[in-house]
Design a protein around this ligand. Structure first.
Ligand code: G3H
Ligand code: 13P
Ligand code: NA
Ligand code: ZN
Length: 313
């Protein structure tokens, strides 16, 4: 069945790699994640956001994930967690725990430190009764201009992490060191600013051996952006985190790396190409198959060449 993230993170910490956390909203994305991870023998965290639950129905997604475990294990006995991404309330986290998720995130990063701690602790106390792991977050993931234009830093303050982890009892901590969500992470036309590894190192020093999570970790693969634009799309100035920096993060205390946008870009690129090349096609299976295939390749590449999670089973 589904497992929580505890043993996964212990393995990642010891082996100096990161577990991939891929978001899914539909069957083809889930199939691709499962095939890619089973073929590359990587543990995996399947992530469902609030938006995914609203789009596809929480019950359906949960049964799909449970079915995916059976499917994956026909190829390899990889550990699979089903995780709530960016839970924004105790009620949402409780609902996911009650319905069989093996892991949840409570994202109180927009709250005050005290409110974030209180909410996160409440979720931990509930989830741990059912052996469900909990991810908390400190620091806000900024957009392109936020760091330069704002007076206050959005980065995680290393001075807060020990108290937060001790008080709340979380199993992992998401931090802000210069990544952001989506496909437009950095100002175009300028050199991409490096992630703040100095902050990460200070956090590692204060929380030795504690699993850290990196959100907003898509590379925004230029090949997919170009493919989208070549087949009628219009995506300009998209930029992500260079793979070299993600490799460095994966070899550190970062034990979970969240990837959603890269999958969306690959999927969209393949659909655009298939439809452009076959204008008479109207069987969704015909244009979704290449999208699913490209996503499998992306996932194997991430696991093997970036996160280091392949061949760990
Ligand atoms: O954090 C954002 C994830 O990529 C999920 O995105 O809320 O649009 O499903 P979503
Ligand atoms: P990306 O938008 O960089 O893929 O980040 C995804 C994420 O953090 C999901 O929680
Ligand atoms: Na790591
Ligand atoms: Zn995120």
């Amino acid at each position: 069945g589904l497992c929580n993230t505890r043993d996964m993170f212990a393995g990642a910490m010891a082996g100096k790699y990161a577990i991939p956390a891929y978001n899914f909203n539909n069957m083809e994305q889930l199939q691709a994640i499962i095939s890619g991870c089973a073929q590359s023998r990587s543990p995996v965290i399947l992530q469902v956001s609030k938006g995914a639950r609203n789009y596809a129905n929480g019950t359906l997604l949960r049964y799909m994930a449970m079915g995916a475990v059976e499917l994956a294990h026909q190829t390899a006995p990889i550990p699979i967690a089903l995780h709530l991404d960016h839970g924004d309330s105790f009620e949402l986290c409780k609902d996911c725990v009650d319905s069989g998720f093996s892991s949840v995130m409570i994202d109180g990063s927009h709250l005050s430190f005290q409110e974030n701690m209180a909410l996160t602790k409440k979720v931990v106390e509930y989830a741990h009764q059912f052996d469900v792991s909990v991810e908390g977050e400190l620091g806000v993931l900024a957009g392109i201009e936020d760091e330069v234009s704002s007076e206050v830093s959005h980065y995680t303050d290393p001075e807060e992490v020990e108290e937060f982890v001790r008080f709340t009892g979380v199993d992992s901590l998401a931090i802000s060191i210069g990544t952001s969500h989506g496909a437009f992470k950095f100002a175009p036309g300028k050199p991409v600013p490096p992630l703040r590894f100095d902050i990460l190192e200070e956090i590692e020093r204060r929380l030795p051996g504690f699993p850290i999570v990196l959100h907003g970790a898509s590379s925004v693969v230029p090949e997919y952006v170009d493919m989208i634009n070549a087949y009628g799309g219009d995506i300009k100035g998209a930029l992500g985190v260079p793979e070299e920096q993600l490799r460095r993060a994966a070899s550190s205390a970062v034990c979970k790396i969240n990837i959603d946008s890269d999958g969306r870009l690959a999927f969209t690129a393949a659909i655009r190409k298939a439809l452009a090349e076959n204008p008479a096609e109207f069987d969704p299976r015909k244009y979704l198959s290449p999208a699913r295939d490209l996503l499998v390749e992306l996932i194997k590449h991430k696991n093997r060449e970036v996160l280091g999670s392949a061949e760990r089973i």
